[in-house]
Ligand binder design. Structure first.
Ligand code: FAD
Length: 322
């Protein structure tokens, strides 16, 4: 028997949508381990986000301290590891976001725990299925340490639904905060009114075939009409057409929106690894033989220069009638 400590990311006083996949996994793990889900919120704004978190977990622990103004793996990991021990956790989990992938291995090291990253499924209590070879195959790993640390692939776990009654919120001290010489310099995030790529329900992504950054503006128009986040292939981000944090794929972000537009993207396995969990995929490409059409639910063989403006015009007409 053991509890599941789910490290949850939040923004603007609410859990990130990606955190709800983590909680969904944590509930499955709690049932298997005979324990309860404890959501852990750490850092500036944790208290404000706790009421939202309590809708999803029976217990919420908040750690907010002036010594934790920004995320650093060095300062957060000892807190997570200590609270895992204090709360009888047999599984420590986070979503496999950039932050989760940065934090949890360090927590595992501090707990002397085995680690499975990017998991898509749990079998029994200690076996985890995770993708290998850019998502072309899956391996099952068994972890035999008393505590197990995992990061959860957002696209594989449906967002948890709210519980009937709100959970209990408690606070915990940060303890001694030592950044081990690391310092937070600055957050270089792209400012945008669009939803976060990892949380968005609709994503409009462009590839090398967009040819330059200026041309992405037409995709941005489409995105804004649909309330979508912008994404891109690595070829487009590497070429400097669009910001690096738009990259979707094996070495970029893993996304699982309801609707994913792949425009002028060939569908290399490394790109598919990041988006093939999307519920509906629409591909627009001038070459009918591209692999993107093998995963697309709707495919349009056409030059984007013609297809996207037409699409925008039709959506505008439709919106005007509603
Ligand atoms: C270790 C490793 C990790 C990688 N990680 C990632 C990753 O995370 N994400 C990622 O995306 N890639 C990744 N890659 C790169 C990946 O292999 C591909 O090179 C990349 O995804 C290709 O991007 P693309 O589809 O935009 O470009 P291309 O493969 O060049 O495709 C461009 C497409 O645009 C179409 N096109 C051209 N003009 C038009 C037009 N006018 N209208 C319509 N269609 C048009 C073409 O038909 C073509 O299909 C990785 C590679 C390696 C080796």
């Amino acid at each position: 028997m053991g509890n599941i400590l789910a490290f949850c990311e939040f923004q603007d006083a609410a859990l990130r949508i990606s955190a709800l996949s983590n909680i969904a996994f944590a509930r499955t793990a709690a049932a298997a381990h005979g324990g309860e889900v404890i959501a852990l919120l750490v850092g500036a704004g944790a208290q404000a986000a706790s009421a939202g978190a309590a809708k999803y977990a029976g217990k919420v622990i908040v750690v907010e301290d002036g010594a934790l103004p920004h995320y650093l793996a060095e300062t957060y990991a000892p807190i997570v590891a200590r609270l895992a021990k204090e709360n009888g956790a047999t599984v420590v989990t986070a979503t496999a976001t950039a932050l989760g992938k940065d934090l949890i291995p360090r927590v595992a090291a501090l707990l002397d725990a085995g680690m499975a990253s990017d998991i898509k499924e749990m079998k029994g209590t200690k076996e985890f299925v995770r993708p290998i070879l850019a998502g072309n195959a899956y391996s099952t790993v068994e972890i035999t340490t008393p505590i197990v640390c995992v990061t959860v692939r957002q696209s594989e776990f449906e967002s948890a639904a709210e519980l009937g009654a709100a959970g209990a919120v408690t606070t915990a001290a940060a303890g001694t905060v030592d950044a081990l010489g690391a310092t937070f310099e600055k957050l270089d995030a792209t400012k945008s009114d669009r939803p976060d790529l990892g949380d968005a329900k609709v994503v409009v992504a462009g590839g090398r075939g967009m040819k330059n950054g200026e041309n992405f503006k037409v995709l941005e128009q489409l995105a804004d009409l649909l309330g979508a986040a912008m994404g891109a292939s690595r070829a487009a981000t590497d070429a400097g057409m669009v910001p690096a944090d738009w990259q979707v794929g094996q070495t970029g972000k893993i996304v699982a929106p309801n609707l994913y537009f792949a425009v002028a993207i060939s569908g290399a396995i490394q790109h598919l690894a990041g988006m093939k969990g999307s519920k509906t995929i629409v591909a627009i490409n001038k070459n009918k033989d591209e692999p993107i059409f093998q995963v697309a639910d709707y495919g349009l063989v056409m030059e984007w220069e013609k297809a996207v403006p037409e699409l925008i015009s039709e959506i505008k007409k439709l919106k005007a009638t509603r």
